[in-house]
Design a protein around this ligand. Structure first.
Ligand code: SF4
Length: 359
């Protein structure tokens, strides 16, 4: 087995206090910490030599003791609609994907929280690839910094969605540390954390002072169907999830987004729309319908309904008073669309991949 070389500690992903602790043996005066913090995030400096407001001696001490942990851009795939998918290689060889999605005057980065996912949702390519390690706070922030630098964009005005690889609430401490930094430049109103509904994580988030938007990957209107396509539902069934969401504190005007992947003959019956309306009663909700993006590893059952059926489903929700939108397909010609991200550079090892290999 290849041995991992010893790494210097990463400065990225440290809140001000933690940065001050790490830098204490090196910096001469406390205000240097702030200078370095601003250089890392506001200016996106990735080499200590570029911190020219610091003395040469301090720059060289920093370079001897620390690294600025940007990932390597292994691949970059530009879709015909301008969406750009990045394959990043991390210091230990793990690979993750993240996506830059331009949409008129909006700019959204979809970023990953884990280098894979153990939750095995049957409509998701990441789940097929299987579990990977948690990303550090630095690796989460670094995705934003790396895409911003590559696309030459300012941090302000960006939108972020934690909808890439992994379940953010299973890596909540690192997601929180990353958010503490990123929200200094990007309003929490422009950030969405998407979860299948890990109840202890939701409780923790409910207590945060500055909460990002919350999106719930729902995808089915009852337990039987949800457990079939999302095994996590057996641990936290819908009744418990909905109770937690009814208690979740929402600022005035904010709603919880419910993502609902439409799969032909699985969850797209108009009666499913009625069940959904009933399920969401009492929650300030909006529904985002996502016709599934087919992928060879997902099998023939995972196909989208035709456009007419999608429209009828949306209409049914609207007639019954729910806000319902249909997500535009973005980046599907480079497999950057929803549910299509995977850990390239290693073989799939999720439950379904193992079952397929055994056949
Ligand atoms: S949909 Fe999300 S939680 Fe489910 S397998 Fe994919 S990445 Fe994991």
């Amino acid at each position: 087995m290849e041995s991992t070389p010893t790494l210097k500690p990463d400065l990225l992903g440290r809140t001000r206090d933690r940065l001050a602790e790490a830098l204490a043996p090196v910096v001469d005066r406390p205000f240097r910490v702030e200078q370095i913090y601003q250089a890392l995030y506001a200016r996106g400096v990735r080499d200590f030599a570029e911190m020219t407001d610091l003395s040469k001696d301090l720059r060289s001490k920093l370079a001897d003791s620390f690294r600025i942990g940007y990932p390597e851009i292994k691949e970059r795939h530009l879709a015909s609609d301008g969406t750009c998918k990045y394959l990043f290689r991390l210091h230990d060889g793990a690979t993750i994907e993240a996506v830059d999605i331009p949409d008129r005057d909006r700019r959204t980065f979809c970023i990953s929280s884990q280098a894979g996912c153990a939750l095995a949702c049957s409509f998701c390519v990441t789940g097929y690839w299987g579990a990977g390690r948690d990303l550090t706070a630095g690796e989460i922030v670094a995705q934003v910094l790396a895409i911003r630098a590559d696309r030459d964009l300012p941090m302000e005005g960006l939108n972020l969605v934690f909808m890439g690889m992994g379940e953010p609430l299973l890596n909540l401490a690192n997601v929180k540390a990353a958010l503490d930094i990123l929200t200094e430049w990007i309003s929490p109103h422009r950030i969405t954390v998407s979860t299948v509904g890990i109840l202890p994580g939701l409780e923790e988030m409910a207590a945060w002072e500055r909460r990002p938007n919350l999106a719930i990957s729902l995808h089915a209107p009852n337990d039987a169907r949800r457990s079939e396509i999302m095994p996590i539902n057996r641990t936290w069934p819908l009744a418990d999830l909905m109770t937690a969401l009814r208690r979740f504190p929402l600022e005035k005007g904010r709603k919880i987004t419910f993502e609902y992947i439409l799969i032909r003959d699985v969850n797209d019956d108009p009666r499913d729309a009625d069940r959904l309306v009933k399920l969401l009663s009492g929650v300030r909700a909006k529904v985002n319908l996502i016709p599934i993006n087919p992928d060879p590893v997902l099998g023939e059952r995972m196909m989208p309904p035709d456009d007419g059926r999608v429209e009828r489903f949306q209409q049914r929700l609207r007639e019954r008073g729910l806000i319902a939108t249909v997500r535009k397909r973005r980046g599907d010609d480079v497999s950057a669309a929803c549910g299509q991200l995977r850990a390239f550079g290693r073989d799939p090892r999720g439950v379904r991949a193992r079952q397929a290999a055994a056949r």
